[in-house]
Design a binder for this molecule. Structure first.
Ligand SMILES: *Cc1c(COP(=O)(O)O)cnc(C)c1O
Length: 488
């Protein structure tokens, strides 16, 4: 890394008069003279004045300061940070897709609408649902949309007392948050020591005030919820619906379908299971699927296919009885294209391999480290598992210290302090895209950190030592973020 440039923003490198590119303005006179004076600038914009090598070096160096799945292993539990195949990028960047305008006539956008429709159909098949909308922008947005669908369904039956959503204590934080935003009240149900939902604790909570039960399977501790059919039966018997948080679909991909387990509404995170890039807050996509009978509650616009006299037409439509819009148009289209490319390149057989390999990789790491790290739930896991920090608690080394020490070795930290079921949660999800060599390297480093915790604890406590930024002030960064260069 170029130390001279590190920590600078492009404005710091500005020198009056420096140029990397020159616009002559020749040939623009007519356009300029036809603009109304009120739209003309009186002063030049405040832009950095820099030469081309400076710009290239600045941004190239910046791109290596962040950790990314293209630069190293990313075992971030609950996030499914799998490798993003480059062919997906090529497909999404095709000018035929990238240069489209949302409002252009549908007969000029048949390929794009067909891609949308095909992804919608493939996800319906994968999820065991009747129909999907791709419009929501993220998992949390999908949850909100799905819960709005559930509300609309109860409302349509004049069943207005259903104001509660039941979520397990192991649930991802977005579940209760989405329920609250949807205007529903959150009720928690506890888990058993083996990590699965306590069916006997759930039973008395089910009555005519419950709108839905939200669950993820495998749950956030990576354990398969084997009681779903029994739970679904109880939930349906009381008139409520089953919501599937599909963020953890990866290990089940092509093996079992949420629709077949008894879920009525679900979302999928394209930026997790379907390999589209995420991190840093986006972009993502959280398509929502519904079982037969709930399609009319999906948001607009909806993409449909019409076949007539051997001709096929794809089109989008606003349905009168739907929720209305939940996004400005048809979702994050470039993310959808990447997911479609992923599904089509893997094919049916390839998709079916993702889950078993992700499961194998997670269990391999778990079994290779269980003598040094505390394993609170000792079962075969699915795609991820949780350690409760180091087994030897006498060293005083915390999960935070371990996570930061991993950065020195070029590994992204696992998810830490989630789920909230344990004090020192360290949640590891290797995904199927990592080789045995990478897994072995990670295991060796984790073993080494456990040794350091005993022999040279200060080295672990003061980590990271080798990263461009060492110890940022987390609190100040959250409370007083500096997001613009110029003080406004
Ligand atoms: C990631 C995740 C979510 C939220 O998805 P976003 O796309 O980040 O909004 C919900 N539930 C679980 C279990 C998750 O892992």
């Amino acid at each position: 890394m170029n130390r001279q440039l590190y920590g600078k923003v492009i404005f710091d490198l500005s020198k009056p008069g420096r140029r990397g590119y020159h616009l002559s303005g020749a040939g623009c006179e007519d356009t300029l003279s036809s603009l109304p004076a009120s739209l003309m600038r009186s002063a030049a914009p405040r832009l950095p004045e820099v030469d081309e090598p400076t710009v290239v070096r600045h941004y190239t160096n910046m791109s290596t300061n962040n950790f990314g799945v293209d630069t190293g292993f990313y075992p971030l539990g609950s996030c499914t940070m799998k490798y993003n195949p480059k062919i997906n990028e090529e497909m999404a960047a095709l000018p035929q897709f990238a240069a489209l305008h949302p409002l252009q006539p549908i007969f000029t956008a048949q390929g794009a609408l067909k891609a949308y429709y095909e992804l919608q159909s493939l996800l319906s098949e994968i999820g065991g649902m009747a129909e999907f909308t791709l419009n929501p922008y993220a998992g949390a947005h999908g949850e909100l949309t799905g819960l709005m669908v559930i509300r609309a369904y109860h409302d349509s039956r004049d069943d207005k007392a259903r104001t509660k959503v039941i979520v397990p204590d192991s649930a991802h934080g977005t579940n209760p948050a989405s329920a609250a935003v949807a205007g529903l009240q959150v009720v928690q149900v506890k888990s058993l020591p083996d990590g699965t939902v306590d069916v006997e604790a759930l039973r008395p909570l089910l009555d005519e005030t419950v709108a839905a039960v939200m669950m993820t399977n495998p749950n956030t501790v990576g354990i398969f919820e084997h009681n779903i059919p029994a739970i679904a039966e109880m939930v349906h018997a009381c008139g409520a619906l089953m919501y599937y948080d599909g963020a953890n679909l990866n290990p089940l991909l092509g093996v079992v379908r949420p629709g077949d387990m008894g879920f009525d509404v679900m979302h999928i995170n394209l930026h997790k299971t379907f390999s589209t890039p995420h991190g840093g807050g986006g972009p993502g996509a959280g398509p929502v699927g519904v079982r037969a009978g709930l399609e009319e509650f999906l948001p607009n616009p909806r993409v449909k296919k019409l076949e007539h006299e051997g001709q096929t037409l794809y089109y989008h439509t606003d349905e009168p009885s739907a929720l209305g819009r939940i996004s400005s148009w048809l979702g994050n289209f470039a993310v959808e294209l990447r997911a479609l490319a992923y599904i089509l390149t893997l094919g049916r057989e390839g998709l079916k391999m993702a889950g078993p390999l992700a499961t194998l990789n997670a269990n391999y790491i778990k079994e290779s480290l269980r003598d040094l790290y505390l394993l609170p739930i000792d079962r075969v896991c699915k795609h991820e598992f949780v350690f409760d920090g180091l087994a030897d608690k006498s060293t005083g080394i915390t999960t935070l210290n371990i996570a930061k020490r991993l950065l020195d070795h070029g590994f992204h930290a696992p998810t830490i302090y989630f789920p909230l079921l344990f004090h020192e949660s360290l949640m590891i999800e290797p995904t199927e895209t990592e080789s045995i060599e990478t897994l072995d390297e990670f295991i060796a480093v984790m073993r080494d950190i456990a040794r350091e915790a005993k022999e040279t604890p200060d080295v672990v406590r003061d980590a990271p030592h080798n990263t461009p930024v060492r110890h940022p002030d987390d609190t100040a960064a959250a409370l007083k973020p500096v997001v613009t260069y110029f003080q406004l």
